[in-house]
Ligand binder design. Sequence first.
Ligand code: NAD
Ligand code: UFG
Length: 337
Amino acid sequence: MKVLLTGGAGYIGSHTCLELLVAGHEVVVIDNFSNSNPIVFDRIESICGRRPTVYQDDVCNSDGVSEVLLAHQIQAVIHFAGLKALGESAEQPLRYYNNNVQGSLSLLSAMKTAKVRILAFSSSATVYGSPNIIPINEDAPTSATNPYGRSKIMVEEILRDLTVADDSLHIALLRYFNPVGAHESGLIGEDPTGIPNNLMPLISQVASGRREVLQIYGDDYPTVDGTGIRDYIHVMDLARGHVAALDWLQERKGVHAFNLGTGQGKSVLEVIQSYETTTGQAVPYQIVGRRLGDVAACYADSSLAERELGWKAQLSVDEMCRDEWNWQNNNPNGYRK
Ligand code: NAD
Ligand code: UFG
């Protein structure tokens, strides 16, 4: 298939780009490189011998996007492009709504112009807010406590409205849980700018000595050891989930939500232990107070994706830690020299 990836230079987009190329698809990327580096495509080429066609542009430029869709006779789009920092979204809501909601509207108009009907949208487990029942299935109610989460819910709702008005659309809402790790080559991985917010890159920075100690946000949650539980998923499993979703979507009209997680919850302490055992690196930590807005436990019921898409995450938390460390250790400054 000829597939456009918006935000295809980013963390999840680049790993998905690689998997699509390996699976024989033709890939075109539009990215404004606001949170990524075009060097990633050289790395992708050195892994698989192929590279996508790349345009530096903003998804808010609807005319530019439709020109690319038409020029390459694109059949399907995966819409990764967006901003993703929860805290920042509360400080800069307009920027987040412009990028995430306006960007999606602009892409959708371009797709309409170019008659592209297949779309996979990068959504998030954040749309479940503070879940009442875990594991969480796709029918759980949605809610948000910050503009980032609300932007994902808004786009999901817009996509539902579109499929009511136009029954020729094929749309998947892919709700990612906690993507971590990197390609096993250590050539591509997550390259957060500034201070990371997420657990795994912070653990790596402590393990590599860039940071002295990891702060664990709370050990008084009602969980196995008191620390927060999440559903960490290897980014390569997630990438393969996109390939499976695109294949499935070709024959399915309407809008379909899928959890992309492993279905297994791990606590912060369990992840640290796994990291230390697999990499041989010490991860000193201290317990501090809870982080505002955190939930005790969040993990997926991933059975729908397994049943429908024929996709199931394969890689263990040990493998996530191994590959995360391999990437960090080989690229202490990310893609910057
Ligand atoms: P990322 O920041 O690494 O990648 C996003 C890419 O989009 C970057 O390359 C960035 O330069 C590009 N981009 C941003 N705004 C753009 C715009 N207006 N026009 C063109 N390009 C633009 O993030 P990621 O972790 O790869 O996340 C990809 C998607 O998945 C995002 O929509 C994010 O909200 C969603 N998601 C991520 C996570 C996670 O933990 N990483 C979890 C759930 C959902
Ligand atoms: N944690 C720490 N110390 C840290 C960072 C995190 O103890 O320095 C803990 C958190 O309290 C939580 C767990 O590690 O228990 C995971 O935290 P992350 O920030 O890595 O992940 P979250 O589940 O909190 O948030 C992530 C994404 C959001 C997304 C959400 C739901 O960052 O964008 O998953 O999909 F909305």
